[in-house]
Design a protein around this ligand. Structure first.
Ligand SMILES: Cc1cc2nc3c(=O)[nH]c(=O)nc-3n(C[C@H](O)[C@H](O)[C@H](O)COP(=O)(O)OP(=O)(O)OC[C@H]3O[C@@H](n4cnc5c(N)ncnc54)[C@H](O)[C@@H]3O)c2cc1C
Length: 398
């Protein structure tokens, strides 16, 4: 394939690296520019949904994630009074080769995908190379990269902006990120304490509704990650202090000893979607295109689904199998998913967990109990939360 059509990718996160691997597999020349000097190892997403694992399997990455992480075949909603509603991914075993979630840190996926890319002579990753500007004409994109030796302009055929929530590509293209930011931030604290030994029948993924302070427990190998909302007026230093983290963990399970805390992170939570996913020869994907709250684990997963959709369409156009207008379908198919599907589910998850009104709480619990106890409804529910429904919805858009 002609090198003048090289696809440039800003960002070596899961989205940029999935796009680059999909393109490299198809023989498309691709260069990824990563701002950091090496792959960042920060604690962020840790949930891989079944259809995402199906996509990653073609890179050999699903099996590696299973080996490095753990399989979570069930998902649970609970309250402090002992109510539970449980869903089993076995209900969709006929629809996926991976009827479970895998809990594994996203940076491990990045490592697998970056290493895999080095096998292809037509693919590269350039580290310490932040993209700072973007220009284009009818046939090329011109990406300015700010390296230690100075600024350099790289010419390519197409650009994928997968440079995360603060995307410079999005800014350079002048595309607004519409939506809102929640007033409260979320705290994630991880501890090796085995909650499963003290909370009866606890699943590896468990959401606890509580009008005072909901929380979410998620197990990764050797650790439990606990997520809590914070109050808008709380100061960052207080939230992250030993005393306040301890108080929140003690509310999950009161014990005489202190909890050992391995990581703590506080982050802002947004519900925002870019006004456009394409401008000429440049595209946005992943967090650069959409941000949502993490209840449902849909951010990275949805971003990977964007990356596969876009990379396959670019491959079709570069091979001459499809007209360039095919690329407009990327936005038509993927933007409504971020707006109507991911936003709706993640906002509903938050509202249901924090509901204060007793009537609202009761209705939510009764609905979930009925859904969990009816095999047909439970299957539909699992199809939705595993994001299979979102992929079907996108595929149906012409
Ligand atoms: C605490 C937390 C928990 C989360 N949990 C989940 C979960 O369970 N499930 C889920 O699906 N999602 C979750 N998310 C969201 C998930 O982490 C993101 O959706 C995901 O990282 C998006 O991937 P990305 O590749 O689009 O962006 P990123 O992972 O942000 O990667 C962007 C990359 O671009 C690089 N970069 C930035 N600017 C430039 C530039 N100008 N030029 C070149 N490179 C640049 C960055 O260094 C980075 O490597 C969570 C997020 C947080 C913060």
């Amino acid at each position: 394939m002609k090198d003048g059509n090289r696809v440039l990718v800003a960002g070596a996160g899961p989205v940029g690296l999935v796009a680059a691997n999909t393109l490299a597999d198809a023989g498309v020349p691709v260069t990824v520019f990563e701002a950091e000097p090496q792959l960042p190892e920060n604690l962020r997403a840790s949930t891989f949904h079944p259809p995402t694992l199906d996509m990653l399997a073609k890179f050999g990455a699903a099996q590696r994630l299973i080996e490095m992480g753990l399989k979570a075949p069930r998902l649970q909603y609970r309250d402090r009074a002992g109510w539970t509603a449980e869903f089993d991914f076995g209900a969709i075993a006929d629809l996926t080769a991976h009827p479970f979630r895998v809990q594994c840190e996203q940076y491990k996926l990045n490592g697998i995908l970056a290493e895999r890319l080095t096998r292809f002579p037509h693919a590269q990753i350039e580290f310490a190379s932040p993209v700072v500007d973007v220009a284009q004409d009818g046939a090329h994109v011109f990406v300015t990269v700010d390296e230690s030796a100075g600024k350099r302009v790289v010419t390519g055929g197409w650009l994928i902006g997968a440079d995360g929530g603060r995307s410079r590509v999005r800014e350079a293209l002048g595309i607004p990120l519409e939506g809102f930011t929640w007033p409260e931030r979320f705290l994630v604290a991880s501890t090796p304490f085995e909650f499963v030994n003290v909370i009866p029948n606890l699943c590896d993924v468990s959401y606890f509704a509580d009008p005072e302070e909901w929380f979410f427990l998620l197990r990764v190998p050797g650790l439990w990650r606990a997520m809590f909302p914070t109050r808008a007026e709380e100061q960052e230093a207080d939230i992250l202090s030993d005393a306040v983290v301890e108080r929140r963990l003690q509310r999950i399970w009161a014990r005489p000893e202190r909890y050992e805390v391995r990581h703590r992170t506080l982050y802002s939570v947004h519900q925002r979607v870019a006004e456009a996913y394409r401008k000429g020869r440049a595209f946005l994907a992943g967090d650069a295109a959409h941000l949502n709250n993490p209840l449902g684990g849909m951010g990275m997963n949805g971003g990977i689904h964007d990356a596969v959709n876009l990379a396959e369409k670019l491959t079709g156009v570069l091979r001459g199998d499809a007209d360039e207008s095919e690329l407009d379908r990327y936005e038509r198919q993927r933007r409504p998913i971020a707006l109507e599907y991911v936003n709706t589910i993640t906002i509903a998850n938050k509202r249901n967990l924090e509901a204060r009104d007793p009537g609202e709480q009761r209705t939510w619990r009764e609905t979930l109990t009925r859904t969990a106890n009816d095999p047909a409804l439970a299957r539909e529910y699992v199809i939705r939360v595993s994001m299979i429904a979102s992929l079907r919805k996108a595929a149906a858009i012409g």
